[in-house]
Design a protein. Structure first.
Length: 280
């Protein structure tokens, strides 16, 4: 298989998605564009799996895990988002809040059902990647969840759809929380329900990860009873950024040869510099 071609396809997909994702609460036009883009991209990727063979099992795993699964996750996410938006109640604020809470409950119930796989994804484990991300005859001893439209065994692996669905639902849960918060803010403070975000994180994801873990370690949020993921999601929402690989980034921070708290030290230096200016 020509690796550069499918990498280019997915990179182009990411660029188009960035434009779509800038809209905080999307209308059906944007959702439709996202779904069409996902389907076209999956068709292109499938074409290459038919025309070319993988050079190794490692390449096959990388293809299905890092490239194809990303597109599939977005297809499931925007398909679910379209369903939610089409069924969203318009009569009252209370009915809207109840609807969101019911959707969140369904997602959490789904996560609980597949808890071991959720943990596998969140902890970025790899020991079962050969089973999850390669095309092999389905064995009865392993669970495999496929739905209409996702049943092509030449293009879907054992847990392909299920893993993508977990990732999509995680993103959908964040969307529902954000929408619920906007309704709650409107009820409490009269804030517009559809507001534009003005704060954008312009540092690196590594710097933000360092800050998240520092806040958690300091136990200054909810008396230290808030976990890493909660802090991560709140800061993602505030700064309009997504950290999909925070555990991997943290692992890299711990393995630094020099300073493991480089960003925090730079913050201290910057603050001291500002303080010293006031004495000049």
């Amino acid at each position: 298989m020509n690796e550069k071609e499918y990498i280019t396809i997915v990179n182009n997909f990411k660029q188009y998605m960035k434009v779509i994702e800038q809209v905080e609460f999307m209308d059906f036009n944007y959702i439709h564009k996202a779904i069409v883009l996902c389907r076209k991209t999956l068709s292109k990727l499938k074409k290459y799996t038919v025309l070319y063979e993988f050079d190794s099992m490692e390449e096959e795993i990388v293809f299905f895990k890092n490239y194809k699964n990303l597109v599939l996750k977005n297809l499931i996410y925007y398909s679910e988002l379209r369903r939610i938006q089409s069924q969203f109640p318009e009569l009252s604020i209370n009915s809207q809040r109840d609807y969101i809470l019911r959707q969140e409950h369904k997602i959490k119930k789904f996560f609980k059902k597949h808890d071991s796989l959720v943990q596998y994804i969140n902890l970025e484990l790899t020991n079962l990647d050969e089973l999850f991300f390669t095309i092999k005859p389905i064995k009865e001893s392993y669970s495999c969840e496929l739905q209409p439209g996702y049943t092509d065994t030449s293009f879907y692996t054992h847990h392909d759809f299920l893993i993508a669905k977990i990732k999509a639902y995680d993103q959908l849960l964040e969307y529902l929380k954000s929408k619920f918060k906007s309704i709650d803010d409107f009820m409490r403070y009269g804030k517009p329900m559809h507001h534009n975000k003005t704060l954008h994180w312009t540092g690196t994801k590594t710097q933000l990860t360092e800050l998240i873990y520092a806040l958690h370690a300091a136990k200054t949020i909810n008396n230290g009873k808030t976990d890493i993921v909660e802090i991560q999601r709140e800061l993602e929402s505030i700064f309009n950024i997504k950290l999909n690989d925070i555990y991997k980034i943290y692992s890299e921070i711990k393995n630094r040869q020099k300073s493991r708290t480089k960003f925090l030290e730079e913050m201290i230096e910057g603050l001291m510099s500002e303080i010293n200016k006031s004495y000049r």
